[in-house]
Design a protein around this ligand. Structure first.
Ligand SMILES: Nc1ncnc2c1ncn2[C@@H]1O[C@H](COP(=O)(O)OP(=O)(O)OP(=O)(O)O)[C@@H](O)[C@H]1O
Ligand SMILES: [Mg+2]
Length: 321
């Protein structure tokens, strides 16, 4: 798999609100870490819930280790800006004089796009970060990008700045960021969808917009929360045809009726999801990666591990290779 997700170093995951961007980003990070890749999972200025899921303190702007090979951060513009300024001026004492935090906060408020630039800049910095021996600090950086609209804005910033400014430090940095975003050997953008009609249309539209606006390699499309029943075709036909008494007289019959109702409902859902996934596949011209709906309804570490196994099986080379 020469051009597979497994080889990438800078992975951006996006999609509509609530489709499972954070869940899939975290599960993917677990999958990479389990394969021995030193992984940085980046959330961009969100109200963190992953800390709780992983049983650690809320994840803030300082990188924390979650487990072997897995690290996480929830970048904030102010802290990213501070780190950046420190990189330039090096000495803390000088930084304090030149870049008082209050000034940083004001700058972030008045310059449109600056918060996004600093967040993306931090992500970029971690991709290029090298240790004292010149080796990459991170094998892969996984970005849980903001939902569609804001995510698109964020990714546009380097383009806008490198077009607007012809020279200077900010123009140079933006050009380097753009070079990373547009390097298909390192960077890929994955879309996350649901197997329902509207999310499928929205994903197709988002993909069209990304292809039009950016030269970022499009990667996988994840269809999250897929229902699957244990029924075969003849079971399904039987369930379709059976009529259920709405008000059965006996308790056992009532229980059976409720079970049958549930089975009918699930098979109908499975069928409609299947049709949506087929439509997505046809219009994408590529096979989406399906993630099963989990038994847990809230995000738990166990849920993330189960999803990470599905991702690993679907996307990574067989283990032992
Ligand atoms: N495969 C799944 N099975 C069951 N529940 C899931 C699955 N994927 C995600 N969820 C649940 O759906 C909810 C939304 O998921 P998540 O927070 O990952 O979405 P998001 O796209 O990051 O949302 P936002 O746009 O708010 O950041 C969470 O409660 C999560 O536990
Ligand atoms: Mg999220």
């Amino acid at each position: 798999m020469p051009n597979s997700l497994f080889q990438k170093r800078f992975i951006i995951n996006t999609g509509k609100g609530g489709v499972g961007k954070t869940t899939i980003s975290a599960a993917l990070a677990l999958a990479f870490a389990a394969r021995g890749k030193k992984t940085l999972l980046m959330q961009l200025n969100v109200v963190d819930r992953l800390g709780q899921t992983f049983g650690v303190a809320p994840i803030g702007p300082e990188i924390v280790q979650i487990q072997p090979n897995l690290f996480a951060v929830n970048a904030t513009p102010a802290e990213a800006m501070r780190e950046y300024a420190m990189m330039i001026v090096k000495l803390k004492s000088i930084y304090k004089v030149v870049f008082q935090n209050k000034l940083v906060e004001k700058l972030l408020r008045v310059m449109p796009g600056l918060p996004e630039l600093t967040l993306l800049g931090k992500a970029y910095f971690h991709e290029i970060e090298r240790d004292t021996w010149g080796r990459p600090v991170w094998d892969v950086v996984i970005i849980d990008a903001p939902a569609t609209g804001h995510g698109m804005f964020l990714l546009q910033i380097p383009q806008v700045i490198s077009k607007a400014l012809s020279s200077g430090r900010m123009a140079d940095e933006s050009k380097r960021m753009l070079a990373l975003l547009e390097d298909p050997s390192r960077t890929v953008i994955n879309l996350i969808s649901l197997p329902e009609e509207l999310p499928v249309s929205e994903t197709l539209e988002l993909r069209r917009q990304i292809a039009q606006a950016f030269r970022i390699q499009l990667g996988e499309v994840f269809v999250n929360s897929v229902v699957s029943t244990p029924f075969d075709d003849s079971d399904r036909k039987w369930l379709d045809d059976v009529t259920i008494d709405d008000e059965p007289k006996e308790n056992t019959l009532a229980a059976t009726a409720a079970l049958l109702q549930a089975a009918k409902f699930q098979t109908a859902r499975e069928r409609s999801q299947r049709a949506n996934i087929e439509k997505l596949q046809r219009l994408l011209g590529q096979k989406p990666v399906e993630i099963q709906v989990d038994v847990d309804s809230a995000t738990t570490r166990e849920m993330l591990v189960r999803i990470s196994r599905q991702l690993s099986a679907a996307l990574f080379p067989p283990e032992g290779n």
